[in-house]
Design a protein around this ligand. Sequence first.
Ligand SMILES: Nc1ncnc2c1ncn2[C@@H]1O[C@H](COP(=O)(O)OP(=O)(O)OP(=O)(O)O)[C@@H](O)[C@H]1O
Length: 546
Amino acid sequence: MSNFKVMRKMITLVAPLSGVMCIAVLMGVIGYLCAIFIPVLAVTIAAYLGSHSLDLTIPFLILILLAVLRGILHYLEQACNHYIAFKLLALIRDKVFKALRRLAPAKLEGRDKGELIALITNDIELLEVFYAHTISPILIALLCGIVLLYLFYRVHPLFALIALIAYLLVSIAIPLVVTKLGKEAGNRVRGRISALSGYLLASLRGMLEILQFGNGEQRLEGIRSQSEAVNQLQKKLKDIEGLSQSLGSFVVVGAALCTLYTALILVLNHELSFTGALFAFILMFSSFGPFLALSSLSNNLLVTLASGRRVLSLLEEKPQVYDIEGKAPAEYGSIHVDHIAFAYDQEMILNDVSLDFDEKKIIGIHGKSGSGKSTLLKLLMRFWEIQKGGISINSRPLNTINTEDLRHMESYATQETVLFHDSIEINLRIAKLDASHEEITAACKKASIHEFIESLPQGYQTPVAELGSSLSGGERQRIGIARTFLHNSDCILLDEPTSNLDALNEAIILKSLAACTDKTIILVSHRKSTLKAASKIIEMESGRVS
Ligand SMILES: Nc1ncnc2c1ncn2[C@@H]1O[C@H](COP(=O)(O)OP(=O)(O)OP(=O)(O)O)[C@@H](O)[C@H]1O
C-alpha cells in the first residue's frame, strides 16, 4: 500500500469529526497569522516612526493582543486536534479488536504474538501523530499560504512568486525527498521493533528452556543485536530529519535574500516605497512557520505511515472463516461428515473423510500423532472452513448455522487450558457468564477439581498467575474440563482431556462423562483407559478414517 493510499484511508476515518477539525484549522490559521504579524507590525511601526510622530499606546496594545491571541489560539488548536486524535485512537482500537475476533483463530494461530502486541500498543499509539499533528497542519499551511501570497501580491507580484516557490519547496519538495530517503528505514524500524517485541516475549515464555539448555548468552546476544539494529535505523531516520531541517532553513534564508535583492531593485527603480520593501522582507522572513511545520512532519510521518499501513492491513485482512448471522435457529442432532478434504496450506491433512457422530453417544477417536484428529475437531467447531465435502448437524450444513448457535451447541476443550490472570471463579465463569456459584461448584465437582479449589486459602477467589503458571498441568486441565461441563452444550469435543491426569482423576472425569447421557461426547485420546468410556472408536491414519 503506497504512503498516499495509507494517508487517504486514514483521513477517511476523520469524517465524523470534520466539524472539530474545521475549528482546529481555523484557530491554527488565525494563530499563525497573529504570530507572523507581530514582527511585521513592529518593524512597520518602527519605520513609520522614523519620519512621523505617533502615540505608541494603541500599536503596543495591538502587539500584546496579537501575542496573547497567538497563545490562546494555539492552545485551542492543539486541544481540538488531540480531541480528534484520541477519539479516533479509541475507534481504531475498537476496530482492531473486532478484526482480531474476526480473524481468530485460523488467521492468528501462526502469527507472531509479539508483533500483534506491538501493533495493538505502539502502532496504534503512533497514529496520534497523524491525527493530532499532520492533517490540520497541512490545511493550516494551505490557508495561510493563500492569505500570505495575496498580501505579497498586493505589495508586488514578484514577492508573491518568490514566496510561492519557497513555500512549495519547504512544504512539498523537501518532505517528498525526505520521505523517499527515509521510507525504507521508516518501515524497517517498525518491523524491527515488532520483531524485537516478539523475541522478548518468546524469551520470557521460554525462560525454563533457556535456563535448562544454557542458552541465556545466546538469547541475550540476540536481544543486543536486534536492539542495535533498531538503534542504527533510528539514527538513520534522525540524520534524515537533520537534513530536512537544514534544507528548510536554507530555503528560508534564500527566500529572504531574494526578497531583499528584489526589494532593493524595486526601490531603486521607484516601483516600491522603503516601507513596502521592509514590509515584504519582514513578512517573508517571519512567514515560514506553517510551512516549516510540514517539513519537520515528514520524518515522524514515515514511521506513522508504516504503523498506519500495518494497522490498515490487519483491518482489511480477509478472515479464513466468516461468522454466520441471521439464519433460522438450529436444533442439535447427529453430526454427519461427508467426504471432506482439508489442508492448512498445501499439505493435505484430511482427505475424503466421512463419519457419523450419533446423538447422545460417546465416540472415541484414536490415531497416530499428526494424523489429523485435532484438525477434525476444529473443523467440527468451524474454526477453519473445509475445502471439499460437507459437515452437517441435524441435516443443516455447518456454514448455514449461526456461529453463536454453533458455539452454544458445541464446546471444545484442548489439552492446553489457557487461564487468565484473574480469580479461579472468573476463569470458570467465561464458559457461562451468568452461572451461579452453585452451577460453578457442580461443574468443578464433575471435573474432580472442587476439593482442590476449596483447599486453597482463598478458595474460588484464588488469583491465577498469567497463563495459569501457578497451577499444575493436571489442575489446569481439570479447570478446562469444568468449563466444558459448565458450558453445558449438547456436544462436547474433548482433545486429550486426560493427558495430564492421574488414574484417580481420570476415572472420576470419565464417570462424570458417562453420566452425561443427554450429550454427544467426542473424545480424542491416545490412552486406552480413556477410550474405554466410548461406545464406538474411530481410527484415524494419515488424514483418513479406517
Ligand atoms: N495451524 C496449522 N497450520 C499448519 N499446519 C498445521 C496447523 N495445525 C496443525 N497442523 C499440521 O496438521 C497435521 C495434523 O495435526 P493435528 O493437530 O490435527 O494432529 P493430531 O492427530 O491431533 O496430532 P496429536 O495426536 O499429536 O495431537 C500435523 O502435521 C500438523 O503439523
